[in-house]
Design a protein around this ligand. Structure first.
Ligand SMILES: Cc1cc2nc3c(=O)[nH]c(=O)nc-3n(C[C@H](O)[C@H](O)[C@H](O)COP(=O)(O)OP(=O)(O)OC[C@H]3O[C@@H](n4cnc5c(N)ncnc54)[C@H](O)[C@@H]3O)c2cc1C
Length: 366
């Protein structure tokens, strides 16, 4: 079969990995409006949290179920591309500033009401938090969700490109925006090309087809610190925002991108790197992070541990999540064309399970 994938972002890559796994000789042509490294994809900005429980506060139970399935699927996908240390399932710590404890308890009550597996959410006092994460022992109360995980999103994007390049039957049309898609046809400024099947995974770039698709702005900061060692994703509850700190180790082995060449600090000093995110703003604004968001993210960081006061801010990123009105993912199937979109703030949490669903339940199977 001769397949086109329009959009080499997160979903496009997860899809190609699945296709190649069952049919390694399949002809796959990626169309990408930017470079094949995917640095402009939302999937490159993401923290890669796999947090089905924590997302339940605002998400439907289908997100929880698909998320659980994706957590089962990610390790094999990452092994396939040689990213052996790009997945961690050591749980999430959730805590709050003392004056926001009411907010945190309300959040946990809501999660427990929504899922049967309440045993999964453990109450922790300071000593118990310290036993899990010694550098968080100063927090007197918190919760621990042992089964949540995280994917190293930026290395997933980099390793998947390296993997695809090993296949002679996979090609990239970089800097080639797709203007229109029909069953079996991809339109670009250069003309129209025919395929046996086309997958539309353009994220926010698929607005020419979906009139209810919107972007939700998200901002993250990257910091490096040598006085503090947190090894698990940590959430901080706050009345206005729900922020997380995601440890990213101290290097970016395997990533050969301009972006990573810029953050030299950890490579030379062994500093630990953390992503602080993410804001959620109803706007399709891709401009750099605002002062207000920076202050909120950094003050949350400082609340989690005052030693972060000496951390160095090494990067900031802004992107927009593709979302529909109901904030749920959507799969559209017709003969010769499958569209997958609307993964909103759950792309890493959902993409393996949503792609599996699209390939097993879709017409493509026949
Ligand atoms: C700040 C932030 C933090 C996030 N954190 C998390 C998290 O912790 N956990 C989680 O599960 N999810 C997270 N997400 C969400 C996740 O990143 C998205 O849900 C996911 O990336 C959507 O995948 P996608 O492939 O549909 O879109 P994208 O990853 O954006 O990929 C779309 C691709 O299509 C290309 N494209 C667009 N238009 C065209 C065109 N016309 N022609 C050709 N190519 C085109 C784009 O350049 C891009 O490469 C986060 C998102 C943001 C912004």
């Amino acid at each position: 079969m001769n397949i086109a994938i329009a959009g080499a972002g997160l979903v496009g890559r997860v899809l190609a990995l699945n296709l190649l796994r069952t049919r390694p000789d399949m002809q796959i042509t990626f169309y990408e409006k930017d470079s094949k490294e995917g640095v402009s994809a939302a999937g490159f900005t993401a923290a890669g949290m796999l947090a089905p429980y924590a997302e339940l506060e605002t998400a439907e139970s289908v997100i929880f179920e698909l998320g659980q399935r994706s957590i089962e699927l990610w390790p094999d996908l990452l092994k396939e591309i040689g990213l052996y240390d790009g997945y961690q399932q050591k749980g999430t710590v959730i805590t709050a500033h003392p004056q926001d404890m009411g907010e945190l308890e309300h959040f946990i009550r809501l999660l427990r009401y929504k899922v049967d597996t309440v045993g999964e959410i453990e109450d922790c006092n300071g000593g118990e938090i310290g036993a899990i994460e010694p550098d968080l022992a100063q927090h007197q109360k918190g919760f621990f969700i042992p089964s949540e995980g995280v994917v190293d999103a930026q290395r997933f994007m980099a390793f998947s490109v390296n993997y695809f390049e090993r296949f002679e039957n996979v090609s990239f049309r970089e800097y080639t925006p797709v203007t229109h898609i029909e069953a079996g046809k991809v339109y670009t400024d250069e003309g129209v090309e025919q395929f046996d099947w086309v997958f539309d995974t353009r994220g926010l770039g698929a607005k020419e087809h979906f009139d209810d698709l919107r972007g939700v702005r998200g901002e993250v900061l990257w910091v490096e610190a040598n006085d503090i060692d947190i090894t698990r994703p940590t959430r901080l509850m706050h009345p206005r925002y729900k922020l997380y700190i995601v440890p990213r180790g101290s290097g970016c082995e395997g990533i050969d991108l301009e972006y990573c060449k810029e953050c030299k600090l950890s490579q030379t000093t062994g500093y630990k790197r953390y992503i602080i995110g993410a804001t959620e703003i109803e706007s399709e604004d891709f401009s750099p992070i605002s002062v207000r968001s920076s202050m909120e993210l950094l003050s949350a960081l400082y609340t989690v541990h005052p030693s972060f006061g000496e951390a160095r801010v090494v990067n900031s990123e802004t992107n927009c999540r593709p979302a529909f009105r109901d904030n749920l993912p959507r799969i559209e199937n017709e003969k010769g064309l499958t569209r997958i979109n609307g993964l909103y703030r759950h792309g890493y949490l959902l993409s393996p399970a949503v792609v599996e669903k699209a390939l097993t339940e879709g017409i493509f199977r026949q």
